[in-house]
Design a protein around this ligand. Sequence first.
Ligand code: 13P
Length: 254
Amino acid sequence: MTTASNNSKRQCLVMGNWKMHGTLADNAKLLAALRPYASKNAAMAVCVPFPYLAQAQDALKGSSVTWGAQDISVHSHGAYTGEVSGAMLKDFGCRWTLVGHSERRSMHAESDQLVADKARAALAVGLTPVVCVGESLAERDAGQAVAVIQRQLAPVLALGADSVNQLVVAYEPVWAIGTGRTATPEQAQEVHAAIRAALSAIGAGNIQILYGGSVKAANAASLFSMPDIDGALVGGAALIADEFLSIAACGDQA
Ligand code: 13P
């Protein structure tokens, strides 16, 4: 297996995924604390629940912190009750959308192909999709981690180099999400290098690959020191302003 690769590191990206958390009042405090963040080496972004996109736009516009959604419809418009289109996300100034988060893959039966189709829908309206991949504990224990990720990525890679060069990949081992059990930097790097090798094979080896799964200020620096880890997708710790700002500070120093 590939163990290391690209020489020049990409810009670090520290992205919060609020999941289904927040209230208008709590968000106002969190966004106000993030707003002054001045991006140096690390860019900061937050992916908020749909109803709070307007609030994020109001609170962050003119700052260096960007915002996005946690999902996108594969359809551009139409009779799709409960869905939210890419054009709607653009109306609220979104720069990003997550696609294929493990919670959507497992709880909403999203297939690898659907995730790729959502990435394509995002690109079609000028959003940057953050394609999430990751293996379960059983898959890791069976030695299948890299094979699972290659399977998840296959329909995304089939979008072609032009598309893939415009997206971000997030490696989030399911067993590390919300468990407090982070992959070691070496475990994460091993998978990131394999992802980069797959990306390189189609001519997209220099896109950002984020790590996600119990990232906090205490472990961010060691993760970011790995050659193929270009930032973090942060759940719980992104809801605590000081913690999230400290993770970004680690990225600035990476
Ligand atoms: P935690 O950081 O809470 O483990 O969540 C990770 C995640 O799922 C981010 O998308």
